[in-house]
Write a protein of this length. Structure first.
Length: 332
């Protein structure tokens, strides 16, 4: 009997309407369009505006988009996994909220917190459920409302991130397509360089934590950059090598969108030409767990059955990894 693999059979996405441009950021902090563009490749990012709107708003829209295109009955969904570090609430899980809102009433659901690597961790988890034969339809969502945890007086972080969410549907196949292999890594010593200090069980919210601005993203950018640039490129190269993938046989590099310079370094390490590198950082910035599914959403129409996708990510934790996916369908 042929091995069961988890094929990506549908993609959905959502970005909010509000566009925060580099020009507008120039009016908020001491920065310039020239600095942001040359150091990061970002021109604009989307922001979810409005009262009482959490990341679930974007996750729900992304899943609705995918379900409408795939013509799948939400009652058939077995499991919903939401990768995010900006959940609506500390608990219950945002995946619970999304599953119920989209009508996935027979699914169980949970969140995965692995920062910018969240989507690839969740994708690999969902794929394992399918490969084991336990479940037939798993939705994996990646998204973040980074604007909720950014200090818009800190020019070193607020210019990088944006809001957005994307998702995929996983289903079993016995064809040679789907999630083929993955390498996932983490290193807790990375906590020092990239974190959000307060609001957890170690340092619950208090007047003091608010006064000290400890509920915002803290990042030592240059240190994180050094780890990201080597680890993301190394893991992508390692996964390519063990699957005998070459610059010629890789159809697309799908890199986390943190900084165009990190993307370029990863592409050059794997020997891939820029024309085969998925990129939307200039329009959305870094949407944390949202970047990879939003790339698949943006490029879906250009993907063909059998295309070899090398996905790679690096983020807070530190967490990082790469996933090899063979695309399972042709564009409509
Ligand atoms: O996705 C999760 C993982 N995160 C990452 O992968 C992010 C990795 N890090 C980066 O992408 C980059 O480090 C940043 C984009 C965050 C910063 O770029 P950089 O080239 O590493 O700049 P830097 O932090 O070394 O700062 C260089 C200079 C400093 O000024 P001085 O000390 O040289 O006078 C900063 O104060 O640039 C200054 N600077 C800015 N200037 C204008 C920092 N942010 C800004 C800004 N506008 N927004």
């Amino acid at each position: 009997m042929n091995k069961i693999r988890a094929a990506i059979t549908g993609v959905g996405g959502y970005v909010p309407d509000y566009v925060l441009t580099n020009k507008e950021l120039e009016t908020m902090v001491e920065t310039s369009d020239e600095w942001i563009t040359s150091r990061t490749g970002i021109k604009e990012r989307r922001i979810l505006k409005g009262e009482n709107k959490g990341v679930s708003v974007m996750g729900i829209e992304a899943v609705k988009d995918m379900l409408a295109k795939s013509k799948v009955d939400p009652k058939e969904i077995d499991c919903v996994i939401f990768a995010t570090i900006t959940p609506d609430l500390t608990f219950p899980a945002t995946a619970n909220i999304v599953a119920t809102a989209v009508g996935a009433v027979n699914a169980f659901s949970f969140d995965v917190a692995a920062a910018c690597s969240g989507f690839i961790y969740a994708l690999t988890t969902g794929a394992s459920f399918i490969q084991s034969g336990m479940y037939k339809k798993v939705i994996v969502i990646g998204g973040d409302k980074m604007s909720a945890i950014l200090d818009y007086t800190d020019r070193t972080t607020c210019i990088i991130f944006g809001d957005g969410a994307g998702c995929v549907l996983l289903e079993p196949t016995t064809e040679e397509v789907g999630v083929m292999d993955a390498i996932l890594k983490s290193d807790g010593s990375g906590e020092t360089y990239l974190n959000l200090k307060a609001g957890g069980s170690r340092l619950p919210a208090s007047h003091e934590t608010i006064d000290k601005r400890l509920h915002y993203v803290y990042q030592e950018g240059a240190a994180v950059y050094k780890f990201a640039v080597t680890n993301m490129a190394d893991v992508a190269a390692q996964l390519a090598e063990r699957n005998h993938l070459t610059a010629e046989t890789i159809s697309w590099l799908v890199p986390h969108q943190a900084n165009k310079r990190i993307i370029d370094a990863t592409a050059s390490r794997v020997g891939i030409d820029e024309s085969k590198v998925m990129m939307n950082i200039e329009r959305y910035g870094n949407t944390t767990a949202g970047t990879i599914p939003l790339l698949l959403w943006d490029y879906e129409k250009r993907l063909k059955k059998g295309d070899n996708l090398l996905i790679a990510a690096f983020g807070g934790g530190f967490t990082w990894g790469a996933v090899y996916v063979k695309w399972a369908y042709n564009p409509n």
